[in-house]
Design a protein around this ligand. Structure first.
Ligand code: SF4
Length: 459
């Protein structure tokens, strides 16, 4: 990464080479989703190295200790399969750590061997290795396809597929699948649902797990997280709101087809319009009108946009991140008259490119968009068409430094700043925070570069 300044301006077509990936591997997403289940110990079915990497990636982003177990494959398991390791692990984990539930995800190695998690789980059940009232779920997360977003989606889908039940009686609750957002965002989504008067089940829910207080007391399983009972109850809900096609739609559609829980797939509520649609969906499901408190929050966001519009107007932006977040973020930037001109996600899916093209079709400039792209390509695009702002994860700091671009950290991973755990980016209040951050770097740059004649005290 230190050699980014040598990135050539000329773009060469590449099909079999990724340079500076804009994604990470499936199990990290599966592990993050599993941490949003109360009393859950994520378990990595593979070698110790994979598990150590996944745990450290999450620990560095959330600045919280992340516990996970591993099947610790060595040569034997790599050749003959990891069934014996996993059976032993399930027994040991329930005996030593006493979780409510173990969420197993596979890795490249166990997928290549062909280990069948369902079969191993059934065997563990038959052999009495899963204590009464405890649970084991499993998700297939081969990292040679998809990305961390796919892994997240696969784990949420497995949780409902393997735990949800239907009693035949609706419970009046609404499932909200928030997708991969921060613990602070999950807290905000719950707050908004409660304000509108919706009795919700949020799955997963990492608030209170990865943004907990320092109490001086170590708790292996923090207070937060969706309980197993709540996940079971998702099958009796009156509806599901899935936030994000890539992160949440699969689980929502499964609840729809298997338990007749109707679902609506929405964009993640980043920015004004996507939040409007989310609040409208909540209002519709609750059959109420939008409370004043939420109208006030919306009005504050609109006020900030109109007050500072001159600084946003036609500023060019480059973005990199995950599809669901980028779609909502691009729409937000377009709505405040910014020009998102280079947009890259590492996660595959042509639908992403189509959606971004649709959102940006009225812009008075060319837009570069790529799914399954990488940061090298983003850097090359920036060299050819410079931007005023860069939005993305911590890895963007090399590009920002080399090209001297104002930079706002957004997405996963953020390894060198704090705040994402505590302050939401979703909803109207989250919109205020995003704009405050964007304005902060744009105006800092203006103050730095303005000649003395135009250097202003009041902006
Ligand atoms: S890409 Fe595969 S082998 Fe590498 S850390 Fe991820 S799961 Fe393990």
């Amino acid at each position: 990464m230190t050699l980014l300044r040598h990135t050539p301006k000329e773009i060469t077509e590449r099909s079999a080479l990724t340079i500076n990936p804009a994604k990470t591997c499936q199990p990290i997403g599966a592990m993050y989703a599993a941490l949003g289940i109360h009393g859950c110990l994520p378990h990595s079915h593979g070698s110790q190295g994979c598990c150590a990497y996944h745990r450290s990636a999450l620990t560095r982003h959330y600045k919280e200790p992340v516990s996970a177990a591993t099947s610790s494959f060595t040569e034997g398991a790599s050749v003959f399969g990891g069934q014996a390791n996993l059976l032993q692990a399930i027994e040991n984990i329930f005996t030593v750590y006493e979780p409510e539930i173990i969420a197993v995800h596979t890795t490249c190695l166990s997928e290549t061997i062909g280990d069948d998690l369902n079969q191993i789980r059934d065997k563990a059940q038959k052999e009495g290795k899963i204590p009464a009232g405890k649970h084991v779920i499993g998700a297939s997360t081969p990292s040679y396809v998809g990305s961390h977003v796919t892994g997240f989606s696969n784990m949420v889908k497995s949780a409902v597929a393997q735990l949800a039940e239907s009693t035949g009686h609706k419970n009046g609750k609404v499932n909200i699948l928030p997708g991969w957002v921060e613990p602070s965002d999950m807290e905000e989504i719950k707050r908004l649902a409660t304000l509108v008067g919706v009795d919700s089940i949020l799955l997963p829910d990492t608030s209170g797990v990865l943004n907990g207080p320092l109490s001086g007391e170590y708790k292996m399983f923090p207070e937060g997280g969706t309980t197993v009972e709540e996940i079971k109850a998702t099958g009796d809900a009156i509806g599901t709101l899935a936030l994000g096609e890539w992160c949440s739609a699969d689980a929502a559609r499964l609840l729809d087809s298997q338990f007749k829980v109707p679902c609506k797939v929405l964009d993640m509520p980043f920015g004004l319009k996507a939040t409007d649609r989310f609040i409208d969906a909540l209002r519709t499901v609750a059959g109420v009108s939008v409370p004043n408190e939420i109208n006030t929050e919306r009005g504050q966001l609109v006020d900030l946009i109109s007050d500072m519009h001159q600084y946003f107007y036609h500023k060019k932006v480059a973005l990199v991140g995950d599809p669901d977040q980028l779609i909502a973020m691009t729409e937000f930037l377009v709505s405040i008259d910014m020009l998102p001109v280079h947009i890259v996600t590492g996660t595959p899916g042509k639908a992403f490119e189509r959606r971004i093209r649709e959102i940006t079709k009225e812009l008075p400039c060319e837009v570069n968009v790529k799914a399954k792209g990488d940061m090298f390509l983003l850097h090359q695009w920036i060299k050819n068409e410079p931007v005023d702002l860069l939005l993305g994860n911590t890895y963007c700091k090399y590009i920002a430094r080399d090209e001297d671009i104002p930079f706002v950290r957004f997405g996963f991973p953020i390894l060198d700043r704090v705040g994402h755990q505590y302050f939401p980016s979703v909803g109207y209040k989250g919109g205020l925070r995003l704009l405050e951050k964007i304005l902060g770097v744009l105006l800092d740059r203006k103050d730095r570069d303005d000649p003395e004649e135009t250097f202003e005290l009041v902006l």
